[in-house]
Design a protein around this ligand. Structure first.
Ligand code: SAH
Length: 359
């Protein structure tokens, strides 16, 4: 019998199958990156002068020789993904030589250089991933508990308060992100900090951002406020002072309130409450009062697929903590509801933006 004539050609069906396989295998990509980071592959290649053969790499990271072919397969995935490069094509008598790309350089865990190793480690940690395994049942739940709390019995701030290793991991991740991003913010839009006499970094963690600002604007008085379990472990700094407290109860007065990566963790009602507290803490616009927000504006930034996809993926990630990544109209709504008059979005930070908000 002749096959039934389908509306779709074989090639279209196969392409649809590849698209779904590619989507489904997204987790393998994440796990390959996690594995390379945990095996310290970027650091090992860098310490070897920036390139090394697969056998050298296997020996250096302490693999049993039987694992060498598997290491090559892991590296092949990360090469196809653009994280490592091959310097020399293997021939039967030559070992393949791996090198680093600009992307891999950001994975080199180094206390001095800016990198995003600790941030990615947190994003790839079991505590972050596990809630997603029961996302479908969370959708069907009738209660409003977050996906994170459903999986762990605690919300993220309760976990940071009660589990000191999670607290350390979380704060280290934030400092690593701030060191990386503030350097770029100060280069690309440092003007937003000009002329400020005092700045309070609300929910500033261990002060990663405030330290970078204070290094450049020496005359500025910088204060960081965060929860007690965070502040107690913050390294002291000659130019930045730390206050422990609850931002929903008290925001110390300053010319400018700075908030990086805070609003995306809270629902609209809490954000409006926070913004009203910010407004009460700053002077009028004519006297230099403003709020500087660093967060995502979904739909802003480079108009290409990787940025767009990363923004909506991050939104789903932060949804597990009861957070939300907002588009411009959603931001505008909470700004106006809190009584602010004008805002300016500066989209020069890839997936994130700087927002200047005026009372
Ligand atoms: N702004 C920092 C940290 C962002 S993570 C950075 O970008 O690096 C969010 C921060 O909010 C955490 O440090 C957390 O401890 C803090 N936080 C959560 N609830 C808070 C509250 N009620 N009052 C003050 N800080 C709070």
């Amino acid at each position: 019998m002749a096959p039934t004539q389908d509306k779709h050609s074989s090639q279209e069906l196969l392409q649809a199958q590849v698209d779904l396989w590619h989507h489904t295998l997204g987790f393998v990509k994440s796990m390959a990156l996690k594995c390379a980071m945990e095996l310290q592959i970027p650091n090992t290649i860098q310490q070897h002068g920036g390139s090394m053969t697969s056998s050298e790499l296997a020996t250096k990271i302490g693999l049993h020789p039987s694992k060498l072919p598997c290491l090559r397969r892991l590296m092949r995935v990360l090469i196809v993904s653009g994280i490592f490069v091959v310097h020399e094509v293997a021939s039967p008598d030559k070992d393949v030589i791996y090198g680093l790309t600009r992307t891999a350089n950001l994975l080199i865990s180094d206390e001095v250089k800016s990198n995003i190793f600790h941030m990615l480690s947190l994003m790839l940690d079991t505590t972050t991933i596990a809630p997603f395994l029961s996302m479908h049942s969370w959708f069907l739940d009738r209660h409003s508990m977050s996906l994170f709390k459903k999986a762990h019995g605690l919300d993220v701030w309760e976990m940071a308060d009660q589990d000191s290793s999670y607290n350390q991991q979380f704060n280290k991740a934030m400092v690593s992100d701030s060191n990386f991003l503030m350097d770029i913010i100060l280069r690309e839009c440092g003007h937003v900090f000009h002329g400020i006499n005092s700045l309070v970094d609300i929910a500033g963690g261990h002060g990663g951002a405030a330290r970078e600002i204070a290094k450049v604007f020496l005359q500025m008085k910088c204060i960081v406020l965060d929860l007690p379990h965070v502040v107690v472990e913050a390294p002291s700094d000659a130019h930045v002072s730390f206050i422990s407290g609850d931002m929903f109860k008290n925001i110390p007065p300053a010319d400018v309130v700075f908030m990086k990566w805070v609003f995306h963790g809270w629902g609209n009602e809490d954000c409006v409450k926070l913004l009203k507290n910010c407004k009460a803490a700053i002077p009028p616009r004519e006297a230099g009062g403003k709020v500087i927000i660093v967060d995502m504006v979904v739909g802003s930034g480079p108009n290409e697929i990787v940025t767009r996809e990363t923004q909506v993926l991050y939104d789903l990630l932060i949804m597990s903590f009861e957070g939300i990544e907002r588009g411009e109209l959603e931001w505008k709504k909470i700004f106006m509801e809190a009584g602010f008059s004008e805002y300016k979005i500066i989209s020069v930070l890839g997936v994130r933006s700087v927002i200047e908000l005026y009372p």
